[in-house]
Design a protein around this ligand. Structure first.
Ligand code: FMN
Length: 392
């Protein structure tokens, strides 16, 4: 259940922080990918080196001056679940009140997935109305809690406030993540590629990535292990493995790294790119009579040509007759083609709706009514499930 899941463990500043080293070991042994945030206070109780040794990478500690330009959003996008253990009274207060003034709180605020908290503090702090109110708010957010227990506390005290044991937290996390059916590995490409002319300008297209992201999110919810190779910065489900690219060549390189059972090629990949990219911004006085273009690699073709060929879905954003799409489906040798006429109202680039026609391998077509892109994603995944069960 935890194997292969991306767990972000936030360790905040209480004596019980040492138990989070044991929790980390349990999660790593269970096959989870674990990243750790240590708050500044947590450093007084446990050392970053301990977590680095347990997870194989240094814990995240700073909002600024780190290698990442935006560590909080990057971590929030990466995580499939956040576990706050131990959760101090201060950290509960930050989360409940939407503070975002350090890496921990900014990451939680930037995060949209499930959160599990394991409070730990003296009984008086736990029973204070401020903490009770913060806990009620966190419950309202849908955050799950494990513990606290009653027992020996720091400084020789006794009472409620003792952090749940690592095994208990591990079990609560398994329950929270639940069992996912293993539907296999699914690739989605999304967005329009941007082919640079110089460091400022590019050749692009109107694709926003909405359709591809909707498919990736729905597929992750259904239990696929999803990799989304995208040029778009739209929302992606925390369970999606996100690879951000700009150009067709970068997209091809990223796709080549992915093992997949199903490939959904929803990106609008530029057919051509400028033969040369100027290293400096071209000025008006330099003039530019023409831009020489060279063909881009055909990413769809590379996937279809794989030795271990996945089930391949192509997309055709066209401005004409569905017959063009039928011919394209044949030529490209795809298992299913999703055709849409981008000139139709409510359909195509940037809209929340789409009117698509599914073009089957035998050349038959199923025109669908205008509906939301989320619904199109669901219908597409239903068709893929049907095609895969025919195969098996
Ligand atoms: C020895 C010691 C032990 C502490 N243990 C706890 C604790 O178990 N729970 C808690 O809520 N605060 C505890 N604190 C207070 C927190 O460290 C303090 O509120 C800190 O600001 C929490 O910061 P953080 O939540 O950003 O990590 C302790 C402080 C000290 C000095």
């Amino acid at each position: 259940m935890i194997s292969g899941r991306r767990v972000l463990l936030a360790v905040t500043g209480g004596v019980a922080a040492y138990k989070s080293a044991l929790l980390t070991r349990l999660l790593v042994e269970d096959g989870a990918e674990v990243r750790v945030i240590l708050t500044e206070s947590a450093h007084h109780f446990v050392g970053p080196q301990t977590f680095a040794a347990l997870t194989g990478s240094a814990p995240y500690t700073k909002l600024f001056d780190s290698d990442s330009v935006s560590p909080h959003t990057e971590l929030a996008r990466w995580a499939e679940v956040i576990v706050v253990a131990p959760a101090t009274a201060a950290s509960l207060s930050k989360m409940a009140n939407g503070l975002s003034n350090d890496l921990f709180s900014a990451t939680v605020l930037a995060y949209t997935g499930p959160v599990l908290i394991a409070p730990a503090m003296h009984t008086e702090m736990w029973e204070h109305p401020a903490t009770a109110r913060n806990m009620a708010i966190l419950e309202e957010f849908g955050y799950e809690t494990v513990g606290p227990e009653s027992g020996a506390l720091a400084g020789g005290d006794e009472g409620v406030g003792r952090v749940a044991e690592p095994e208990q937290i591990h079990e609560a996390l398994s329950d929270l993540l639940g069992t996912r059916p293993d539907l296999g590995r699914l690739l989605v490409t999304a967005g329009g590629t941007r082919e640079p002319i110089d460091p400022v300008r590019y050749l692009g297209n109107r694709s926003t990535g909405k359709m591809g992201h909707a498919i990736a999110n729905e597929a992750a919810q259904r239990g696929y292990d999803v990799t989304l190779v995208t040029t778009s910065n739209l929302h992606a489900d925390p369970a999606v493995n996100l690879v951000e690219v700009e150009t067709a060549e970068q997209m091809l390189n990223a796709v080549e790294q992915v093992d997949m059972d199903v490939a959904i090629m929803a990106a609008a990949v530029a057919d051509f790119r400028p033969a040369k990219k100027s290293a400096h911004k071209l000025s008006r006085s330099e003039g530019l009579d023409s831009v020489e273009l060279v063909p881009n690699p055909d990413i769809l073709e590379s996937v279809v040509a794989r030795d271990k060929r996945p089930l391949v879905v192509g997309f055709a954003a066209e401005t004409g007759d569905v017959e063009r799409a039928v011919q394209k489906a044949k030529r490209k040798d795809v298992d299913l083609l999703v055709y849409n006429d981008v000139t139709e109202p409510g359909s195509g680039f940037g809209t929340d709706t789409n009117r698509v026609t599914f073009v089957n391998r035998d050349g038959s077509v199923d025109p669908m009514p205008l509906t939301s892109k989320d619904e199109v994603a669901a219908q597409l995944l239903d068709r893929i499930a049907a095609l895969r069960s025919l195969d098996s």
